[in-house]
Design a binder for this molecule. Structure first.
Ligand SMILES: [Zn+2]
Length: 147
């Protein structure tokens, strides 16, 4: 599934597309920026993908098709997503974003890097507050109902 960075993301259905901004939905053959990102941002994203919010419906696996070879027991894949609330937006990226950064030198948009920098730890009250403040009320409900 490919979305251009900073566009609406309807991966979770049309209902949520207006409130979700896509980052890091890469696909072979589509252009993406490359470069260095601060190590702290990378580590923070790794932390987030350790304990991701699970969406109610299983959305299937993302697998990396940028790697040179894919083989069933040696391919990067994940079924998690990371939500980062910031500045009246909620960014959503596949958990694979850490793989894209580390292995394919993907450089996410600057505003997203800023958002990750200041994002409170997942699972904290502040994080929940930020989700609500930035338009994620429907999302929070969806996650909660299915805990
Ligand atoms: Zn890869």
């Amino acid at each position: 599934m490919w979305f251009e960075d900073l566009t609406e993301c309807n991966y979770f259905g049309e209902k949520y597309s207006k409130i979700l901004t896509a980052v890091g939905w890469l696909e072979n053959g589509k252009q993406f920026s490359t470069g260095k990102i601060p190590r702290d941002v990378y580590f923070k994203l790794c932390e987030f993908s350790k304990t991701p919010w699970r969406f109610a419906i299983f959305m299937g696996y993302h697998s990396c098709d940028l790697c040179q070879f894919q083989f069933e027991n040696d391919s990067a894949k994940g079924n998690s997503n990371i939500f980062i609330p910031y500045n009246s937006k909620i960014y959503v990226c596949p958990g694979l974003i850490t793989h894209y950064i580390n292995n394919h030198f993907y450089l996410p948009p600057r505003e997203f890097i800023e958002a990750v920098y200041v994002c409170p730890p997942q699972g904290s009250m502040e994080y929940l507050k930020k989700m609500l403040e930035n338009g994620g009320r429907e999302l929070v409900k969806m996650m909660k109902e299915h805990k």
